[in-house]
Every structure is written in C-alpha cells, then in structure tokens.
Design a binder for this molecule. Structure first.
Ligand SMILES: Cc1cc2nc3c(=O)[nH]c(=O)nc-3n(C[C@H](O)[C@H](O)[C@H](O)COP(=O)(O)O)c2cc1C
Length: 307
C-alpha cells in the first residue's frame, strides 16, 4: 500500500476542500492527511490593517512557528503539498512548514506534487516553493494550480470582500461569488485520479505532461506580465517597511502607504500599462510569452533567473 502525505494550511477551508477532492480517488492508499496550524493564528476575518500588515514577512518568506505536527510515517512514497499564495509568495504558514526539521526529513528524496488554491497569481509563489523543495532534496513532479477565473480586477474586489467579511457572499449582491468555482474544486478529483494512475504504474515523471495536456493550467498573458514585475516591487516595499520599523518608524504608517500604492497600482496604473503592452509589445513577443507559459506550467526550476 502506497504511503501518501497530504499536507496543507487553509484559513477559509477552500484549500481543505480542494485537497479532499484531490485525494478522494486514492481509496486504496495509506493517506496521512494533515492540516497544519500556526502557533498563533492569523485573524479571520482579517481587518484591512492586519491583511496588509502580513505583506512584509510574507514577501521576505520569514515563515512562522507551527503547532507540532505528528506524522504517521517516517517516509512516504509521495507528498501532496497544498498551499495558497499570499502577496505573490507562499503563505507564511507554508514557509513555516519548510522550517520544520521533521517535514524536511520526510521531503528528502521524495516525489512532491503541489496543489495551489489561489486567486489567480501563483507564478512567483511556485518559484519559491520549487526552490524550497529543491533545497530540501525533494523532487517536484507535479503542480495543479487552481484559480478564480473571474476578471482580475473583479476578483481583487471579491476576494478582499471575502477576507474582510469572513463570508463567501456576493459583494454588493451583484459581483460573482469570491474564490475558486465549485465545479473546479470538485473537478480536481480528476487530477487526483490521474496522479493515482501514474503512481501505481510508477510513471510519476510523466504526470505533469498529462496535467498540461488536460488543459487545467491556463496562464493569462496579462497575469504573466504583472507577475513578471510586481514581485520585485513588493520586495522593495517589504524591505522598506521592515527597515523603517526596525529604525523606530511607525510600521502602520508605512503599511498603510503600501496599501494605497497597491490600490493605485492595481486599479489605475496596471490597466493603462496593460493596454500599452497589449498594443505595442505583446504582438512582437509571442514566442517569448509561449516559452514563459510553458516554463511556469512545468516543474523544473530555472536557477539563472532567466525565464
Ligand atoms: C493576505 C493574503 C494575500 C493573498 N495574496 C494572494 C496573491 O498574491 N495571489 C493569489 O492568487 N491569491 C492571493 N490570496 C488568496 C489566497 O491565495 C487564497 O486563495 C485564499 O486566501 C483562500 O485560501 P484558504 O484556503 O487559505 O482559505 C491572498 C489571500 C490572503 C489572505
């Protein structure tokens, strides 16, 4: 019987549903299903202040202490790691997991599949996770990123509404429900079935090829463009806020400043820049865009920084 560790963190339960559905076909496996918990929980619902205040430590990947985890086995045939991006980086509890010796020991020489429950921006976060897995000596063999397929600006509104109200309701009664569509959450079991087949036939190395050809990964060119730039800016902001706070500055002032920057960048600057990009740059960079999408859909890690 194959031993599988299925491990994740979730605040709203969305990722727990995804993980449950993904693992549902593994009826004949020995599954160790673990939901990790931070030692000190993040607030849910968030307040605007606490939400944006989580940015610097998330982006700088500080991680956090977790409640102790008891693993069923010393070693597993496969690890399924579920995680969510926060501020274009893995969530703080997810990075906290990579600070746990007990987890790192189990990831070594073990195939890993990542399952992502995001809004729509997971590319940079997955690069960090690829690196964490590589450093721990594991082998990433698959990635199933689920996204909210609503328009980027609309889903920014709806997700914030969900996070700040704590309820998955329609903002103003008219916007779409926040989060990943129920059909996609249920449908992820098909990818679980595909993984089960590859695991039983000892063909894990061809799993991601099949995931890609199944069409579940759709990277939007606009998101590719935004993620290509925004993370660098977030790092500048994160460093600035941490430095100001360390030097006695008022952290909340700088976090607030970042909040306004983000709102303007997202709702004012990015639509203008994206329009210019779509007209003047995109038509001439089709091959480059294709190459980048193929890279991000795959599991290897480009270490020279040139995607
Ligand atoms: C602080 C914070 C920052 C987030 N940043 C991103 C992000 O950069 N990209 C993204 O696609 N989703 C982002 N999300 C949405 C999460 O990835 C996730 O989909 C949502 O929080 C629900 O996950 P859950 O299962 O933990 O409840 C963010 C959520 C939070 C709470």
């Amino acid at each position: 019987m194959k031993k599988i560790l299925a491990i994740h963190y979730s605040q709203t339960g969305q990722l727990t549903d995804i993980m449950n559905n993904f693992m549902s076909p593994f009826t004949d496996a020995d599954i160790d299903f673990i939901k990790i918990e931070p030692e000190t929980s993040f607030p849910f619902p968030w307040s605007t202040a606490t939400f944006f205040d989580a940015m610097p430590e998330t982006v700088m990947e500080h991680g956090m202490p977790l409640k102790s985890i008891s693993f069923k086995h010393e070693q597993y045939d496969l690890i399924v790691l579920g995680y969510q991006p926060w501020f274009l980086s893995p969530s703080i509890p997810t990075i906290g997991l990579f600070h746990q010796e007990d987890f790192l020991k189990r990831i070594k020489n073990t195939p890993v599949v990542t399952v992502i429950g995001s809004r729509n921006m997971w590319l940079n976060a997955q690069e960090s996770i690829k690196l964490q897995i590589q450093k721990a000596g594991g082998k990433l063999i698959g990635n199933i990123p689920l996204i909210d397929k609503t328009n980027n600006l609309v889903s920014a509104f709806t997700i914030l509404h969900w996070m700040l109200k704590g309820k998955k309701t329609k903002k103003w009664g008219i916007l779409p429900l926040p989060g990943i569509a129920e059909a996609d959450i249920k449908g992820v079991s098909k990818m679980g079935a595909l993984l089960k087949q590859h695991l039983s036939e000892n063909h894990l190395d061809t799993f991601q090829e099949q995931v890609i050809s199944s069409g579940v990964i759709n990277i939007s060119t606009n998101i590719l463009f935004i993620e290509g730039r925004a993370k660098k800016l977030f790092i500048i902001w994160a460093k600035l806020i941490l430095k100001k706070a360390a030097n006695g500055g008022k952290r909340s002032f700088w976090v607030n400043f970042f909040k306004y920057y983000l709102v303007i960048a997202l709702f004012v600057v990015s639509p203008i820049v994206l329009t210019i990009y779509t007209i003047f740059v995109r038509p001439f960079t089709v091959t480059q865009i294709k190459r980048k999408k193929a890279y991000y859909s795959n599991t290897e890690l480009q270490t020279n920084g040139k995607v």
